[in-house]
Design a binder for this molecule. Sequence first.
Ligand code: K7E
Ligand code: CUA
Length: 670
Amino acid sequence: MTAHENCACDAPGPKSAEELLREHEAQLGELLAEVEEEERDREDGGVSLHLAGLDLDRRDFMKAGMAVGATSALAGCSGLGGGGANGNGGGSASSHTHVVAPGDHDEYYGFWSGGHSGEIRIVGVPSMRELMRIPVFQPEGARGYGHDDQTSQMLDEAGGYAWGDSHHPILSETGGTYDGRWLFINDKSAGRMARIDLKYFETDAITNIPNMQACHGCAVQSPDTKYVYGVGEFRVPVPNDGSLDPDDPEGYWSTFAALDPESMDVAWQVRVTGNLDNADSSKDGKWAFATGYNKEEAFEIEEMTHDDRDYLKAFDVEAIEAALDAGQAEEVGGVPVLDGREGSPLNSGSDPIVHYIPVPKSPHGCDVEPTGTYVTASGKLSPTVSIIEIDQIKEVDDPADAVVGQPKVGLGPLHTTWDDRGNAYTTIFIDSQVTKWNVETAVNSPMNSEDAVLGKVDVHYNPGHLQAAEAETTSPAGDWLVSLNKLSKDRFLPVGPIHPDNDQLIYIGEDAENETGGMELVADEPVYPEPHDCVIAHRDKVSPAVVWDRADYEGEKEFVTDDTARIDRPEDGRVHIYATTKRSEYLPREYRVTEGDEVTFTVTNIESSRDIIHGFAFPKYGINLAVAPQDTREVTFTADEAGLYWIYCTYFCSALHLEMRSRFIVEPQQ
Ligand code: K7E
Ligand code: CUA
């Protein structure tokens, strides 16, 4: 089959949804038959499924997904049906309880990305209870994020956008395991990377990465987090100021960025051929990997998905550092950039900085397994996962020879995670399943065979990422796995046309010779759109403070006490109010300023009792501070309109919480 043979996009005129669906059903049926046929003919795994170029909207695509279920005899799967033909889906009760009794704690912290809600969510695993949300790329009222001077300035300096699109939360590591210090998160809606301080569970830095739009993949350098990697997905003209011909692909860049985790400054960037997608680090830190699509460097979907192969890019970190030391970087947008495109001088010698390893088309997931021997790339338009032996990358003459296994796992493999017994778990988007397979078996069996597959479990529906407990470390826990499913369809009470996603908890602690390989679906969890990925750490590895340590902001902000609460007027037109909060009053009790004054509030919560938070809401200026015990927040505004305004407490802190309010009086100018 040629790439365009089944492409509906060539058809003239708009079609009805029904026509498109019928057409797509027929195409999928043909494709499935063809995959079976090609598999017999070919040993190299170069199966191409031309799905992306189909001119279908999302809903039609999903309906077409059901057609895959209907033709499942061909693919050997049970598709999207509620209960599932393999008897593991739907409403079956589980023998593995995930219920955490009232007052008991979960064993794991889960850190979820919030997708276009721009946030991070903390979820207890295995209860799947949402414990907290951490706003990252957007202002948020409950935590006063983007309301006080410090966080609003941070958001402004990072571009001042009202939202973000967070996909890949990554925990910092020491010695190859989570150290509980930081969480990093990309922003696909801009070229941004943020850091969350896990002492206070707050965003404390956001970097706007130059020469990049759509920072997608995110990884830390194992084992000790010397770098945080941010991966530019979209190719964009550099400089992007209208001076370049937008129709000339030559002027477009996609870059791989390494940030210093302490300063969050960009340490270096590498420019590549094609674009980039997901990323991971080798366990010894010597390699960073990124999948990519569109090596065609095209602007439109049909051309982007034209070729049978795309690349897994392997970045040789030592070679990159040597090239930087040798002064071979060009400064662009204020950061050093190395040219890592195919055939560039830095890639032509014996020590290329980027190795281009061909894998079946449009690889998406990029995951290094726990022993660090292999990195996998999942071809989202191929039914296989490619296994690359990391030590072979420098040894082989033909980069393709570094691919040492290619198990056939199902239609639309996206992401892979790991247990502690040498098994991999891959989400299968089109089949709506998770496939369990053994890594060594896959390496030792023929390419494109199902020999390594241990079982499949239906998920509901169309999974993106999945993540097992401790799976990014060198010793995964091997008990719980979460499948982050894009669609929930009929799984919950309907809530209007925009549905929640469905995160499903799967027990993977026991291997079994049954259809699921022992995987057991345990719980559904509706989630607000749209998490992409999560990372799950044992609770022993995370130890947040429950009350602020004022030493952490000494010298930056004054810790106000009832004795030092005051109203200063350092100069004409400037008022600085130092206030305390406690149950159930603000001190000073009221504030008088003059119209036009620039006012700064420094507000300390002088309580030291756990979980006694006071709000400081000033609706007139769109302000709500959340001041935790022993914390101090500052906010500055101009009192530009005479009148009386109530400041009130937004956290229900005591029986007299409603009375906890103060008058802010703006007197007219004389
Ligand atoms: Cu597959 Cu952004 Cu990792 Cu979504 S990405 S699923
Ligand atoms: Cu303080 Cu309510």
